[in-house]
Design a protein around this ligand. Structure first.
Ligand SMILES: Cc1cc2nc3c(=O)[nH]c(=O)nc-3n(C[C@H](O)[C@H](O)[C@H](O)COP(=O)(O)OP(=O)(O)OC[C@H]3O[C@@H](n4cnc5c(N)ncnc54)[C@H](O)[C@@H]3O)c2cc1C
Length: 381
């Protein structure tokens, strides 16, 4: 068993870390308050290959293997304190780019991937509806076949990137009586008549990642924009979730390392009762717990990436990775706040922002409760 990264992976990590620290952190406090998406940072991230990490090079992608992809995303999270940006990039990669790589026709790949990997276009996944969150089988967005096209009608909720996205992967049903087995996926471009994107939806954290609702009202999509065969929507969605759950917490593991370094420095420098606070057992215990959470999270992450390098199915491991790291991240953010005392509660220190951002991970890509359900079924319960 080999635990070290290759020199090439290490060198790429250093490059991304240095770039992210230099390019993505300026004005973060005001961008977080104004809820501004960093479009310039997005273009610049694409130049480093981040917008197309998993896409083949013939479509402009970086064509990285899963371990190298994981290492790149971890380095992004370590360098960039803008968790919203990091999250938006993951939504683009796992909700749009990767499914196009895996299920797209040659025509679809040529039409979309070069624009998505170059940073010109941003992708989004529109699956969730007001009445259908955890329960995908109750999706109501209807697809109706019309000659060589489909008419889509329905409303999507919680779509990350929607206000800034150029292309949407939409899940709709051709046959509601078949539940999740009636689902089909479509690639829908911004500007398609009948597609309406709401204003930004404001949320507790990840404020620099734009989110919106997507309304489809007699939206006509040519048949060539169907992703995979009719009825393949569930298989495509499961594939999306497996990869997304496995990889989406990589930036959080990078963030946990950065957070730990900051907390250690604070605990060594801040003095009360004539000694550094880190010398109080209660504070040291929190730092130790943060270290253990970071290390164990990292192991889960890289085990998942290794399984994907071996082309193994890893649905349960993806659920475990997402569940364990999201909850570890939230707990470490709370520890970071407590270590910083009252200063952790002040907006300008950025410590409270990390907690607000981390809490979102308990819900996106399926709630923590749903990951537990997947694991319970996997354990034959
Ligand atoms: C920051 C963020 C980004 C998101 N981005 C996207 C996106 O880009 N595209 C997209 O399509 N969606 C996105 N979502 C939506 C997300 O996938 C859903 O919020 C999530 O699946 C939960 O659905 P819900 O909010 O409707 O909650 P519900 O499904 O209504 O759940 C409510 C509560 O009931 C619990 N619950 C439900 N069913 C069960 C069960 N069977 N067993 C135990 N507990 C259960 C849940 O765990 C939760 O605690 C995003 C959400 C967030 C918060």
């Amino acid at each position: 068993m080999e635990f070290s990264l290759t020199p090439e992976q290490t060198e790429r990590q250093a490059r991304i870390h240095e770039w992210a620290e230099r390019s993505l952190n300026d004005d973060l406090e005001s961008r977080d308050q104004a809820r501004t998406f960093n479009r310039e940072g997005w273009r610049s991230s694409a130049q480093l290959g981040l917008a197309g990490l998993v896409a083949p090079s013939r479509y402009g992608g970086a064509e990285l293997d899963p371990l190298s992809t994981m290492a790149a995303l971890e380095a992004l999270g370590r360098g960039s304190r803008d968790n919203g940006f990091n999250f938006a990039l993951n939504a683009h990669l796992w909700g749009c780019v990767n499914p196009l790589v895996s299920f797209g026709s040659e025509e679809q790949k040529h039409a979309y991937l070069p624009r998505l990997t170059s940073g010109d276009w941003i992708g989004a996944l529109a699956a969730t509806e007001r009445g259908a969150g955890s329960d995908l089988s109750s999706l109501k967005t209807q697809a109706t076949k019309r000659d060589d096209a489909y008419a889509l009608a329905g409303d999507k909720m919680f779509v990350t990137n929607a206000p800034v996205a150029d292309v949407f992967l939409v899940l709709a049903t051709l046959d509601p009586s078949r539940g999740a087995f009636g689902l089909t996926a479509f690639v829908v471009e911004r500007g398609t008549p009948g597609l309406r994107i709401s204003e930004r939806i404001d949320k507790m954290g990840l404020s620099t990642a734009a989110m919106g609702e997507v309304a489809l009202d007699g939206c006509i999509v040519p048949a060539r924009n169907r992703l995979g065969p009719e009825g393949a929507g569930l298989a495509i969605f499961n594939h999306i979730m497996e990869w997304e759950r496995g990889f989406i917490m990589a930036f959080a593991v990078g963030a946990m390392e950065r957070q730990l370094e900051a907390c250690l420095a604070y605990a060594r420098g801040r003095r009360q009762f004539d000694q550094p606070i880190g010398q109080f057992q209660a504070v040291a215990d929190r730092l130790v717990e943060m270290r253990v959470r970071w290390e164990t999270s990292r192991l889960l992450l890289y085990r998942f990436a290794w399984l994907k390098c071996e082309s193994r199915a890893a649905l349960a491991e993806a659920a475990m990775t997402k569940l364990a790291i999201s909850e570890a991240w939230v707990r470490s953010c709370e520890d970071a706040m407590r270590i910083h005392g009252g200063y952790g509660y002040l907006t300008k220190t950025g410590v409270e922002r990390d907690l607000r951002d981390a809490l979102g991970s308990l819900f996106y890509s399926g709630t923590a409760e749903m990951q537990r359900q997947i694991l319970a079924r996997w354990m034959d319960l």
